[in-house]
Design a protein around this ligand. Structure first.
Ligand SMILES: *Cc1c(COP(=O)(O)O)cnc(C)c1O
Length: 478
């Protein structure tokens, strides 16, 4: 029953391909966020009785029907959300191939093609960030969270070499690291998982542009050292999740060098700027950063999950993660072969790199530059359209993410009003936007161009949805 016969397979592949094609063709006509009751979804799923097997076609139809009805359609051109793109066509094909060929990415000797593809991609992206091809190293990860956790563990081991054997108890004082108040909370999780505790995260306030205040950073490091704490890393964010803020990288680099600290740049989304000649200057200091997080499942639009940890220290992953066992196939003698399991957090893992390879091989750097440039331009168009309709933009970034409040009324920047606007827009099915908190906890509406298909038409629809929300909320205001 695990393998289907030829006839059934032929029907199944056809059904799957049809469903994928139909979704691609129709997704923009669906409500971006379908309305459903969670209890109904749970009841439908729990009604599946595994004592009553389904036919292959019925099982696929069941999945497709509910994927269509019960999810926020992130591939929709009016999804202005959280960096969840419409997947590339080549990425979809690659993920299906990976499932079928199922290469084992733990051991190099099992999957030399897959390992070499990922090595080539890591070096090629490292180069785009300014690393030398010779030294550029890294690993594919499940996403930004794992890449950031990898950075934290690598930096910790680099700074405290005794840690690997003797653990945190061997340290004379508490290790601490620095990030801005707008940095991603995956670092908090990483600090907890690494056993450092949440107090190891030193949060530095941001300026009016939501970028790290480097004066405060330098002062905090000095104070912490005087108190006997052990700083080991600074995290600079290049494209923050809420507002697209880019921390002052060259100043932070200088502070890191002066204090002998590891500099990690979290460029999970904003890193795509290095593919655009007109924007790559923003990330110039990345070439001197010790490590970088970059997510291919964000602005490069490959299907989840595909992150990257990049570093200019070719030996650090090995020093951090190497273990050897008798049951794993051994490296070859001449050291050419690498074993991913011994240089990353994961052990058995899928061939993450293929969806990046096939997307990039077909689009080329130029194709990607075009798509990213288009999204940057649509972001500018959105900013202009919002201003014309009396919405006030509160963030300042070249990246296509806009945070805004309502300039047309006196309560237009209160959290209660903005939450209602957001809920109205989402309920309309016309667009998906969100709220976030920026600066001193001010609530704002947030719209990000995450989709390479989003254009003027979709911006118009968002503006219309906002206008109706404003009318409806206004009509019921006290
Ligand atoms: C999305 C994001 C992350 C987390 O990445 P995942 O891929 O969701 O694990 C980390 N940092 C930044 C700046 C992000 O935008």
């Amino acid at each position: 029953m695990l393998a289907l016969d030829k006839e059934e397979r032929d029907l199944l592949w056809l059904r799957v391909v049809e469903a994928i094609e139909r979704y691609q063709k129709n997704v923009d006509s669906y409500p971006v966020a379908p309305q459903y009751q969670l209890e109904d979804v749970r009841r439908t799923v729990e009604a599946l009785d595994f004592n009553q097997p389904l036919s292959a076609i019925d099982a696929v139809d069941f999945a497709v029907a509910h994927l269509t009805d019960c999810q926020v359609h992130t591939p929709h051109a009016q999804y202005f959300g959280l960096f969840n793109p419409a997947p590339t066509t080549m990425g979809i094909a690659a993920d299906a191939l990976v499932a079928a060929f199922n290469p084992q990415l733990a051991a190099g000797s099992h999957s030399p093609f897959a390992v070499e593809v990922e090595r080539h991609l890591v070096k090629s992206f490292g180069e785009r960030f300014g690393y030398s091809r010779l030294r550029a190293d890294g690993t594919f990860t499940s996403g930004g969270q794992e890449a950031n956790a990898t950075a934290l563990i690598a930096a910790l081991n680099h700074h405290f070499p005794q840690l690997r054997l003797k653990g945190l108890n061997s340290l004379a004082g508490q290790p601490v690291f620095y990030m801005s108040a707008e940095a991603h909370h995956s670092f908090l999780k990483a600090a907890i998982c690494a056993g450092l505790g949440a107090n190891a995260v030193r949060t530095i306030a941001v300026d009016d542009c939501f970028a790290m205040e480097t004066g405060l950073l330098a002062r905090q490091i000095k104070e912490d050292k005087e108190r006997g704490l052990h700083p080991f890393m600074i995290v600079a964010t290049a494209g923050s999740t809420s507002t697209g803020a880019i921390d002052p990288l060259s100043e932070i680099l200088e502070i890191a060098e002066r204090n002998h600290l590891w500099l990690h740049v979290d460029a999970a989304w904003g890193g795509a700027c290095v593919l655009l000649p007109e924007l790559k200057g923003l990330l110039e200091s990345c070439r001197d950063a010790d490590s970088i997080t970059f997510d291919c499942h964000k602005w490069l639009s490959v299907p989840m999950a595909a992150g990257m940890f990049l570093t200019k220290h070719p030996d650090v992953l090995d020093r951090t993660f190497r273990v050897s066992t008798a049951y794993m196939p051994v490296d070859d003698e001449d050291d050419l072969m690498v074993d991913p399991f011994a240089r990353s957090l994961q052990w058995s893992r899928r061939f993450t790199g293929l969806k990046v390879l096939l997307s990039l091989a077909v689009a080329g750097w130029q194709g990607y530059a075009q798509a990213i440039r288009h999204q940057v331009e649509v972001g500018s168009r959105l900013r202009a359209a919002l201003a014309e309709a009396q919405w006030k933009t509160v963030n300042d970034t070249p990246l296509p993410v806009v945070c805004f409040t309502d300039d047309s009324r006196s309560d237009g920047s209160t959290s209660e009003y903005l939450e209602r606007i957001c809920a109205e827009v989402v309920a309309s099915g016309q667009a998906w936007i969100s709220t976030t908190k920026v600066g001193a906890a001010q609530t704002v509406l947030r719209a990000c161009i995450t989709n390479y298909r989003t254009g003027s038409l979709h911006i118009d629809k968002l503006i219309q949805a906002l206008a109706s929300a404003r009318r409806r909320v206004g009509a019921t205001a006290v």
